[in-house]
Design a protein around this ligand. Sequence first.
Ligand code: NAG
Ligand code: NAG
Ligand code: NAG
Ligand code: NAG
Ligand code: NAG
Ligand code: NAG
Length: 737
Amino acid sequence: MESRRATRRAQNNTFQGQSRHSCWLVILACCVPRVAIIALLCSLPPFLSSSAASGSRRSMAATAPAHKRRRLSPGPTPLQPPLDALADELLFLVLDRVAAADPRALKSFALASRACHAAESRHRRILRPLRADLLPAALARYPSASRLDLSLCARVPDAALAAVPSGSSSLRAVDLSRSLGFGAAGLAALATACSDLADLDLSNGVHLGDAAAAEVARMRKLQRLSLSRCKALTDMGLGCVAVGCTDLRDLSLKWCLGVTDLGLQLLALKCKKITNLDLSYTMITKQSFLAIMKLPKLQVLTLLGCIGIDDDALCSLEKECSKSLQVLDMSHCQNITDVGVSSIVKSVPNLLELDLSYCCPVTTFMVRSLQKISKLQTLKLEGCKFMADALKAVGSSCVSIRELSLSKCSGVTDTELSFAISKLKDLQKLDITCCRNITDVSVAAITGSCTSLISLRMESCSHVSSGALQLIGKHCSYLEELDLTDSDLDDEGLKAIARCSNLSSLKIGICLRISDVGLTHIGKSCPKLWDVDLYRCGGISDDGVIQIAQGCPVLESINLSYCTEITDRSLMSLSKCTKLNTLEIRGCPRVSSAGLSEIAMGCRLLSKLDIKKCFEINDVGMLYLSQFSHCLRQINLSYCSVTDIGLLSLSSICGLQNMTIVHLAGITPNGLIAALMVCGGLTKVKLHEAFKSMMHPRMLKNVEARGCVFQWIDKPFKVEVEPCDVWKQQSQDVLVR
Ligand SMILES: *[C@@H]1O[C@H](CO)[C@@H](O)[C@H](O)[C@H]1NC(C)=O
Ligand SMILES: *[C@@H]1O[C@H](CO)[C@@H](O)[C@H](O)[C@H]1NC(C)=O
Ligand SMILES: *[C@@H]1O[C@H](CO)[C@@H](O)[C@H](O)[C@H]1NC(C)=O
Ligand SMILES: *[C@@H]1O[C@H](CO)[C@@H](O)[C@H](O)[C@H]1NC(C)=O
Ligand SMILES: *[C@@H]1O[C@H](CO)[C@@H](O)[C@H](O)[C@H]1NC(C)=O
Ligand SMILES: *[C@@H]1O[C@H](CO)[C@@H](O)[C@H](O)[C@H]1NC(C)=O
């Protein structure tokens, strides 16, 4: 069963004044030619007005004066220290240039202010280059760096890794999880150069095989290794790692489809210090299972989707086989039944957390056996079918649990849930998402006995009345996380919920009965909110959003998609939330570039932005993003009024990784090519299929060779956005089928 959503789904002393600030921009511009181009573009008002033809005149008129004011007579009180406004990667790029010109300059930079000092020392420890070709220089300049994070480099050729100077003994951690292009040769160079490497992330190395693993095996001091999705790895490669890296504590072999019992047996024999092991979706069976379970220090074992683990394997374990194991995840192990589960519990007496989601029907027999794990705190049974009386048994047999997940379970009835809840006095987290048959009876039981709840998720519990939802606020005042998406919640309910003054995450999307009045209560009383989801709340408008923006200064993420009434006023107030990193305003036709430009200038940490179907947003908005939003990583601007110019300026944001640009009427193949060429860090681009034939295949190959994946979309052009109530009714019909 799916939820409705899822159905579619410093003032620091150096750079205070504007003159210094612009001096800073000049340095930046010299270093990054693209930034210079954009800065130039931005200083040419005639250029802006000529692009107005493509966008909306109204928004242009609204933006231009504000824009000029900023450039010509800057406000004397910038809200943030200017350094905070630069993404680290850009700042580091500048520092690299400064150091190259004169090493002493780096010292004076660090002495300039506390912020400068902090930035410089951070850079000395962690290297996060924007492109692989910047790596050798950075490594040479910062020989004592301990972490090398290559997650912004989509492509890291062997030659780049070969440039790591030998004797880089301070380097402890290397992250290659998002990079392609390297192989055994590069890893061999890394193994030679960094003798003390302890942490290596090779996740998503679909191209890495046994030869690569053999080089990893030379890194004798490795403690943490991720090989998840290294699908070409076989027992041969794993064998090398097991023999070479006997100090391993934390190993992920998730999705290593080529790994079988043979390799795992060797691992269990050689790597006795392992505490965390992820074997999800591997071919493990009974043959190596016992050896793995007997690893003396094993604390966390993840067996998600291991279909080779069956009752036979579970029943083969001895009594008290692992005293160290604390967390066992057997979710999606489809060949297990209640017999297997009740057998394994005797072998893991000290378990704290058990995940049996999407595993097997839950019976009373199985639940009673859980009594043997006396310290069990967390029980996850997502997507399970409850047989008669099994849920009641949870109440009598698992009295110590603090966290229970029944999300998307069938067979959860009021009578059984109320009984179980009345016994679980220590419950702190409860998830009953999509338990569609429960009613006010269950909610009365929950609010009556679980008064120390800190997390309650009940999306799509559609038979619960608005009156019952008020009880939540009245009785569960410790709540920090609350999900009432797609419920009957109204303003009175929100007024009650406003009592939960520690609330940090509130998800109330698709609640059509709430209005600005309710949001005002929340804004006034919940200052710790950092995550707010108001997806498709058709009844709210600017006044409500403004109350949230004013009352919740630590807001990091807000979803206002399809709140069709909201305008630039909302964005202007949200621009004061300086921590905002995620903004979703998809399908808000009344917002424009004027509002977006305020967000760009105010929310410098913005990293994810969805403005799909914000038709009024045009190139001006993109120019502001390109100038201020240096942390932007992901953007969806399908259907916006953006042309080649806007796209090209956007592509000057060095760290941009994911871009969805379907149905942009103002884009030409040439403009697209230019943008793709400039934006070297792109890893994923969603485009309309029509462009595929218009672009030169060699051109596409070039971009792909840098590590970018294209996803071609052929959805028809559809402008209109249904009102929330129509949409809700339609998706209801789909659910009922
Ligand atoms: C496990 O289940 C799959 C299908 O879910 C089946 O094909 C297989 O034979 C079962 N048994 C084992 C031991 O893998
Ligand atoms: C709700 O109850 C009906 C009737 O007892 C049953 O057919 C249905 O499967 C139940 N749904 C869930 C999600 O438990
Ligand atoms: C809020 O959290 C603080 C610190 O975690 C705690 O001391 C306080 O009791 C909580 N207040 C409520 C109403 O939950
Ligand atoms: C906004 O809502 C949509 C639809 O439910 C969801 O997919 C998305 O993750 C939400 N985004 C945020 C930031 O909450
Ligand atoms: C970009 O998309 C990929 C694949 O969907 C995802 O794994 C990655 O986290 C996304 N990056 C960002 C910065 O959101
Ligand atoms: C918006 O863009 C992001 C990444 O670019 C993508 O993951 C997401 O699916 C897009 N949303 C829609 C509705 O297209």
